[in-house]
Write a protein that binds this ligand. Sequence first.
Ligand code: G6P
Length: 588
Amino acid sequence: MCGIVGCVAKEDCYGKLLSALEKLEYRGYDSAGIALLSAGGKIAVRKKKGAVANLFGAPVAGSAGIGHTRWATHGKPSDENAHPHVAGKFALVHNGIVENFAALKAELCAAGETFASETDSEVIVKLIARLYRGDFFGAVQAACERLEGAYAVAVLCEDFPDEIVCAKRRSPLIAGAGCGAAYVCSDVPALCGAAAFVCPVEDGEFVHIRGCEICFKRADGSAVPKVFCRLAEEEKGAERAAGSRMEAEIAEIPRGLSRTLGWLRACDFAPAARALRGAGRLFTVACGTAHHAALAFGNLLAREARIPVLCETASEFRYGDPLIGAGDVLVAVSQSGETADTLEAVRLARERGAYVIAVTNAEHSTLARLADLPLRTLAGAEVAVAATKSYNCQLLALYYLAAQTVFFKRAAFPAWFPALEGAAPACERAFGCFEQVADLAERLREKPAMYYIGRGTDRFTAAEGALKVREIAYLFAESCPAGELKHGTLALVEEGFPVFAVATARALAAKTANSLAEAKARGAFTALFSQEDFAGGADFSCRLPALPEALMPLVSVIPLQYFACRMCLLRGFDPDRPRNLAKSVTVE
Ligand code: G6P
């Protein structure tokens, strides 16, 4: 959801900005731009509709610069709407949404300003230029006081070579220090290989870079002392040998699971014991794929720990006036740890006194910092927009948490707990079905729609499988509990319509087979994903590696992830950059 970067470096500032922008591109890829401030005090801008690669060419000179990769909110993707935006002596990049931009724009127009773009962001730089009286920091600070909504901005001023002023409210921002370079950036992985130390910026804080010095400031200009931490190895993304990022990230699932398990084993759950033992209710909040992981967790925990678990999609949680309060536990799940809806739900739960556990893949994220107990997944940086390895790692962390909760309530771990050790090898074995799944995709490549069904926990895997196909193959794919098929969806089934069933719960497998048979009787093409070879006569059958039933979602999703990826590639699309979507959704 837009990525911003700022860099001050004597050597190759342009190259450093481009390299960070390429790594930030998963946050938005409608357009990209760079502004550099030369030693002579002139700002040069290069910006274009489309990918960061469009900015390649002769380097722009300068030792202080800012860059942006855009996911359009206000104004279509175009050269004009691309950032940086310029006003007078200033250039600015922005991630977020200025909610009062229409009122501010009207005020500025009345004062004689004209606008080159349709963006809300241009309003900020116009404000800064109008408020400027020779004090760079003061002008940025005064402009931010007028803004409502979310922003992370980085600003250049022609009067101050080698300086960048940044401000942050509700959009992520990280400061980084590298060899001969100082950075600000929307996220940590984009600084891998460039910065050795990083420090997150908190809401309401400003960062003032002068040469290699990085100073955190309050609104009144006073300094905020900060401690930078070393950038960890696991923040790096999957090495891509050939093919798409998404394929590389699926291949990384076993490694991510092993690392996540190692981290969880060393984690001290004791401080959370009281909250978990006494929890009246447990809530989960998450979006997209993370919500499917949370649903699987909620289903398992309610059965095993016998406590009510309410799983809500984060964007709905806060508007439903939830019955959450002191004594309750909220589990928030988010790969990026920056999804705006999830963060707002967490803030509400905290205000009402709930204990917050976060499961996130980003150590320095806002979510990790908001939580009472941050649990990490170590999937490594995930760049493809459609989540894969992070989902498997979320499931693992959530199962681990479920086991701890059961232990705190009943003084015994669930029987499946030791089998978590076998999750990574089981996932590795699941890769054995890829050839078969690739053939299935080939067979179904012309189909315009498909349906996924499952019972019990399998219905969440089915939902995730359908989401993957929608996200990257642009096909209409939906899911429903298998038993619901005959209550409406069956009407869609006609000759050759694909129906996929996930059936890993033995007690329910026969019933799911019945649902599949009902679809087949009406002409459906049926595909079955199960660890058992139960009779059902499906047109396609994929045998999954076996784990204890409770843990099967860890492996059963893998062929579905791969199927979506194959469908996408066969249909000629880029799985890493689906149209209209962004990986980190930092606006509500
Ligand atoms: C976006 C991404 C999804 C992701 C969701 C939640 O919609 O495209 O892949 O599942 O956000 O992201 P989070 O970072 O909170 O897990």
